[in-house]
Design a protein around this ligand. Structure first.
Ligand code: BG6
Ligand code: MG
Length: 225
């Protein structure tokens, strides 16, 4: 079977916004009397804004203390801080190797998709100057279930007009790797602790087109056998 598409997560794969999400949540959690650290933050990666807030309140034992309006206010405050921190993003803010990889995938005539649950994704792609690199970006505002549900990866494959079995998904979050696997795609995990990924890489420096095609060939040979 030929590889027809590569579907990227955004935050933490294409650019280093994962840390900016953490800093904004850390500040808002602190205001709500809750302390979060980078270890807990791993549980927020790939999780939508409101679901992340629920996890933080639960982590601090304060789920019952904030009503709907107060939660909306906290989420909005987090987003204001986060969006402010995005002001420094520019065309240099791509993680190492990503620009080259996008060019090589395009040259190989393989489709490129985005599966980010971030409502800020369109603005971030614009700031990075790479919107045109994507054949289809799944619309986070139309997604009912956050990762690890496969919904956003399935939406990306449908928009690209490929079957999930013909595509590779790339993620930096455990919930994201689970979503890719549940969609029936091959998964690549960037960073530590992603044991369920079909291919685990230490950083985007290792994420080359050759590495993806070798992975694809090895896995499809295994399936054929
Ligand atoms: C994901 C991030 O990409 O987007 C999560 O990994 C974040 O940390 C989610 O909560 C939603 O992002 P936003 O920009 O809509 O708040
Ligand atoms: Mg991510």
């Amino acid at each position: 079977m030929r590889l027809k598409a590569v579907v990227f997560d955004l935050d933490g794969v294409i650019t280093d916004t994962a840390h900016l999400h953490f800093l904004a949540w850390h500040a808002v959690a602190q205001e709500a009397g809750i302390t979060i650290d980078e270890i807990f933050n791993e549980e927020l990666k790939g999780i939508s804004r409101m679901d992340s807030l629920v996890r933080i309140l639960r982590h601090g034992g304060k789920e019952e203390m904030f009503n709907h309006e107060q939660r909306l206010a906290l989420a909005s405050r987090k987003n204001d801080l986060y969006v402010r921190s995005l002001a420094s993003l520019n065309q240099e803010s791509l993680l190492p190797g990503i620009r080259e990889l996008l060019t090589e995938i395009r040259a190989a005539n393989v489709r490129i998709g985005l599966a980010s649950v971030s409502l800020n994704a369109p603005g971030i792609l614009h700031a990075l100057g790479i919107r045109q690199a994507f054949d289809f970006c799944a619309d986070a505002s139309r997604i009912a279930c956050s990762k690890p549900d496969p919904e956003i990866f399935l939406a990306a494959c449908a928009g690209l007009n490929v079957r999930p079995q013909e595509a590779i998904g790339i993620e930096d979050a455990a919930a994201g790797v689970e979503a890719i696997n549940a969609a029936g795609m091959l998964s690549v995990g960037i960073g530590p602790g992603l044991d369920h990924a079909g291919l685990q890489l230490r950083s985007t420096r290792e994420l080359t087109w050759k590495c993806l095609t070798d992975f694809w060939s090895s896995r499809t040979v295994l399936i054929r056998n």
